[in-house]
Design a protein around this ligand. Structure first.
Ligand code: HEM
Ligand code: HEM
Length: 185
């Protein structure tokens, strides 16, 4: 028997730019990471691609609309702490956009990629070429990014499990179930 349509069809949350930038950021960061031992243009250009995509996402955070905007999802310390406590107590409300912890994770991921691009570029300049501390800093930032990505994916899976929704699919289709009850729209 054919299933009837659900009473509340999914609503658009992530616009096309957010989704395209997300998955191209994932691809370029992964490629830069894989080529990290290859000195030369391949690793550098993949790193610059990641940097350019991160910059485009930052611009979209000001120029885009609603759930794409930093002003919508970057919350102050009090709201973020309250949300973290609610997560600990197992009663965190569902957010249609990024939740406050996820919002700070977006800032941390983009910031780390920005610092990686900057330190990587600096190392290729005549002035800073060959400085061991700079190479170590760049490498350390690479490992920090790996740790952040692990936390990010863990957070996505945990939140999706708690609210019984497939957040990964939402980052592909852009759509999520509409807010109900205590959900934050
Ligand atoms: C190099 C690895 C990754 C980076 C740098 C990264 C970065 C980001 C960024 C910047 C956002 C914010 C999206 C926006 O508002 O534009 C985001 C969100 C998201 N990412 Fe990733 N991501 C990575 C890997 C992944 C992977 C492997 C998955 C699959 C599980 C994933 C799933 C998601 C989802 C579902 C969201 C939306 C979170 C929400 O519902 O609030 N990401 N990611
Ligand atoms: C998301 C972006 C990037 C990531 C994740 C990344 C990651 C890394 C890591 C982990 C290493 C250390 C490899 C080792 O263990 O020896 C490395 C090395 C290096 N990266 Fe990047 N990188 C990025 C972007 C860039 C950019 C944009 C440039 C330059 C334009 C760059 C230039 C270099 C150079 C020259 C080295 C070798 C340093 C040395 O001689 O020890 N990287 N990168």
């Amino acid at each position: 028997m054919k299933k009837s349509n659900p009473p509340h069809p999914p609503v658009p949350v992530w616009d096309a730019a957010v989704r395209l930038l997300h998955w191209s950021l994932v691809a370029s960061v992964a490629a830069a990471w894989i080529t990290r031992y290859r000195l030369g243009p391949l690793h550098e250009n993949l790193g610059y691609a990641a940097l350019a995509i991160a910059c485009a996402r930052v611009a979209w955070g000001f120029a885009g609309r609603h759930h794409a905007r930093f002003a919508q999802f970057v919350r102050g310390p009090a709201a973020t702490w309250a949300y973290a406590r609610a997560v600990g107590a197992g009663r965190a409300p569902r957010h249609l956009g990024h939740n406050p912890l996820g919002g700070w994770m977006v800032v941390a991921l983009l910031g780390c990629i920005g610092l990686l691009g900057f330190t990587g570029w600096l190392y290729t300049t005549d002035l800073f070429w060959g400085y061991g501390w700079l190479a170590n800093l760049h490498e350390g930032l690479g490992w920090a990014l790996l740790g952040l990505v692990a936390l990010h994916v863990g957070g996505v899976l945990f939140t999706g499990y708690k609210h019984r929704e497939n957040l990964l699919r939402a980052m592909v289709t852009g759509r999520k179930a509409p807010p109900t009850g205590d959900d934050v729209p």
